[in-house]
Design a protein around this ligand. Structure first.
Ligand code: FE2
Ligand code: FE2
Length: 281
């Protein structure tokens, strides 16, 4: 668990905590993969909520339906679990039902740097218990499909968002650690938290800058523990060994929930604490 208190003591990593009445907790859950990931949340998220008592929950749902994309039934399952906002990623359009969902369900956002005119919203401002929380989703461009710049796309909307709230969280869905870290420093002090998604592997680099922006390179994955990024091991191994493409199969069995809990001063939007969560069931 990492928090910030004495700004002069260390440039960006202070192991002290401040928790008070005006501090809210936001849970962000890493890429949910298939039925195993959805079931892990249905059956075990209540225990997590009991333990961490978040005020608001964000989850990445780009792999929630059959490992690619998000359909209406899976989205409903996730909302029924208590998730407030679902973010997406490079698999946003992996399921056709997302077109309708993005049109009518404002609790689902897709990366902001898709070309102008793409269905859906790249950010949303939500209200919970009288507090406004903004969530932005953006896609990286290193080893990913071409997109508009995530840096300028997010910068372009920050002014408008800040008219409503300073509590701003960004799901930066990207492959390269360098791009993710650079992104976090570019928005240092301007947003409450930047958390990475997409690699399905949780990183141990959580920190808070002296300007109050919490960061973790990747939240990790919510899905099958004995798997390759949520997929059946044998299929992926065969593919690497032989070089012959084959259809991915979702893995099942013991599940993991990967997430991070952010404590944020709701009056300033600054993060005071970040805690990485890795549960196995
Ligand atoms: Fe992804
Ligand atoms: Fe993913």
């Amino acid at each position: 668990m990492i928090g910030i208190e004495d700004k002069d003591k260390d440039e960006y990593l202070c192991p002290y905590l401040i928790v008070g009445e005006d501090f809210m907790k936001i849970l962000a859950i890493g890429d949910i993969v298939g039925r195993c990931g959805r079931n892990a949340l249905t059956f075990h998220l209540p225990e997590l909520l009991d333990q961490y008592k978040p005020d608001f929950i964000i989850a990445n749902g780009e792999n929630a339906s059959h490992g690619r994309g998000l359909n209406e039934e899976s989205a409903q399952t996730l909302f029924d679990c208590g998730i407030d906002v679902i973010t997406m990623g490079n698999h946003t359009f992996g399921n056709r039902e997302i077109h309708n969902l993005l049109r009518y369900e404002k609790r689902i956002i897709r990366p902001i740097n898709y070309p102008r005119g793409t269905v859906g919203n790249g950010y949303g401002v939500y209200e919970k218990n009288g507090i406004k929380i903004a969530v932005i989703n953006a896609l990286g461009r290193v080893y990913m499909d071409p997109m508009d710049s995530p840096f300028t796309s997010v910068a372009d909307v920050l002014g408008e968002i800040k008219e409503s709230t300073d509590v701003i969280l960004v799901d930066f869905h990207a492959e390269a650690t360098s791009e993710k870290i650079a992104f976090s420093w570019y928005f240092d002090g301007m947003v409450s938290a930047v958390f990475g998604t997409h690699t399905h592997v949780q990183t141990a680099d959580e920190r808070i800058s002296n300007k109050g922006t919490a960061y973790i390179t990747d939240l990790g994955m919510t899905g099958a523990f004995y798997s390759v990024l949520g997929m059946e091991r044998k299929v992926i191994i065969d593919r690497f060994v032989t070089g012959i493409p084959s259809k991915f199969e979702l893995a099942d069995g013991m599940a993991q929930i990967n997430a991070a809990l952010f404590t944020i001063d709701e009056t300033t939007g600054k993060s005071t604490q970040i805690e990485r969560i890795f549960m196995k069931y």
